[in-house]
Design a protein around this ligand. Sequence first.
Ligand code: NAP
Length: 338
Amino acid sequence: MRINDHQPLLPYLAAEDRYDHMPFRKCGQSGLKLPAISLGLWHNFGHNADFKNARSILRTGFDLGITHFDLANNYGPPYGSAEETFGRIMQKDFAVYRDELIISSKAGWDMWPGPYGNFGSRKYLIASCDQSLKRMGLEYVDIFYHHRPDPETPLEETMGALDHLVRQGKALYVGISQYSAADTAKAAKILKELGTPCLIHQPRYSMFDRWVENGLLEVLEKEGIGAIAFSPLEQGILSDKYLNGIPKDSRAAKDGRYLTAKQITPEVLNKVQKLNELAKKRGQSLAQMAIAWLLKDPRITTVLVGVSKPEQLKENVAAAQNVVFSKEELDKIQKILN
Ligand SMILES: NC(=O)c1ccc[n+]([C@@H]2O[C@H](COP(=O)([O-])OP(=O)(O)OC[C@H]3O[C@@H](n4cnc5c(N)ncnc54)[C@H](OP(=O)(O)O)[C@@H]3O)[C@@H](O)[C@H]2O)c1
């Protein structure tokens, strides 16, 4: 496969064979297909990040068939800056490829001061989507999400705001994130009645966090909603990187907002070590096995990875080439995770 020589100052021409290897999966019962691996811009795209590296990651992803980039209003730091960085790269490298891309953003977490910059009101969602479009220099996003459930706002109001954004032409599809199975069923019903079906649910899902298996996946299948699993590597824990200490350039060492060295306990590492041995026997790295383990379930449309380097993305994308597990392998994994 030809990967572009990513000299950041050279003009970008996407790899001609970018659709030759990546499997695409139908998102629920919609007409939209998503790549088995999608790329999230939560970390490594803020104003604190290296712009050339960020650009190289996106180029590498698109060259490998990743057509879906996932953002949110508050990705950074500071809030909004990942969308700004993405907007700059979009303009420089991807403007001619806009129709080959599925770009998402979200609102739901704290974004600006006061009562209208958080949670799920119509006021917040519509203003936030407008801001995201400006930061990214886009006319529309492909998917707009409500980022988390809001216990205080009626679901009808929040879903009504998503429907409104589609009718305004600012979003093509809508989704929800981190909603429980029961709330997902309610949201799906409201959206269906409004005529804007829920395209996709974005839950946290990995070998180490399996809450979606307690009802959510069943609801998604019944309602024809796709699933995009975030933090599939538990922010990097489900790889071999922490087996010999905390590398200086790792998220646990250098970020500390969402992953700290304290979370990487001997008990966790013991499981990671055993999983790593099993992955080797499958001919995969542990990161690849962790991604493949999610993709073995056809209800998972796509796995949403984050990376700090283009090389990690190359490794992760290769996971999609082997997502079949024997019963024996699955039993062994289950035993390690118990
Ligand atoms: N909806 C929500 O509420 C929500 C919440 C969180 C995230 N998300 C979405 O999900 C995306 C992914 O989340 P995440 O970044 O936590 O995902 P993740 O894939 O679990 O972790 C990504 C991190 O793992 C490390 N890594 C990746 N590939 C590796 C490899 N092959 N070998 C070793 N280490 C590797 C890198 O960290 P190092 O810096 O250590 O190299 C990378 O930044 C986000 O960007 C965002 O789009 C959504």
